[in-house]
Design a protein around this ligand. Sequence first.
Ligand code: NAD
Length: 284
Amino acid sequence: MTYAQGKYPELAGKVAVITGAGRREGLGEAMARRLAAEGVKVVLTDIGHAAGEHMPEQAVGTSAEMEEIAAEIRAAGGDVATCVCNVLEPQEVHAAAEFALGHFGSLDIWINNAGIGYLMAPIVDMAADKWDAVLGVNLRGAFLGIKYAAEIMLRQGRGGRIINIGSQASKSGFAHAAAYTASKHGMVGLTRSAAQELGPAGITVNTLCPNHVTTGLGAWQNTHFSEVTGKGYERYMDDMRARIPLGRPGLQEDVAKACAFLCSDEASYITGEAMNVSGGEEYH
Ligand SMILES: NC(=O)c1ccc[n+]([C@@H]2O[C@H](COP(=O)([O-])OP(=O)(O)OC[C@H]3O[C@@H](n4cnc5c(N)ncnc54)[C@H](O)[C@@H]3O)[C@@H](O)[C@H]2O)c1
């Protein structure tokens, strides 16, 4: 899609913040590209560097990577800025929201995308600090994003859109993924409460629930589960395709399309939802 015209003209000039958007092939990058193509001014945020023993360098959207993504979006005509933000830290999330306001003049869309999906273990082997790490980024991070984004949106008095990136694990349980599943189920409850509180101000709050996207974090998960199930990669992927009615795993662009729709006027009466983007793999 060129950046000259989008599918939803009403999005042109809106301002969006996306957390965890500094990693190549991530859902955050895809949503940023799509929103920029709609004329949205986008603030990419990410933690910028590995922090703590539970965050290996290869799982991090580094500042350099985030700047490269931003430069590419700019080169294609998009209006984009970057801001380092660890979603675990209230003052950093607050600062990212204020940065968007100061830099672009408003804050209309906030997307809680940052996530940890790689600390997988059976419950009996799961260390409590790993549990805390997953719940912290995936759930506390989303809470802080909603808190500080809503504060500004309420002040502006023009409504807004908050989108949380949940997962198929917001709806179903998965062995070895109790912390991830609990965090993503928790996100649905958080979404519903926030929708209740913010609806009267015209702020919609929804969760998108993608199934496996076979890039980035999803690629790591596929490799991990193909090993722990003993199936091997090819059989694991064949089985995945076989149980998805639309016959393929998700693409980042599938999530980006649903995100643009939820940001648009077409979705103005949708809030508190946990919307599957799963090719028919999830129903409820
Ligand atoms: N890829 C999939 O198959 C899939 C499926 C369903 C849901 N999701 C969800 O989509 C979101 C994005 O995942 P992805 O697949 O693009 O993975 P990804 O690993 O490419 O992106 C996650 C990003 O979160 C960032 N992050 C981690 N901890 C952070 C922190 N404390 N502060 C700020 N940023 C932090 C990382 O640096 C990284 O850039 C996640 O919430 C994930 O749970 C992914």
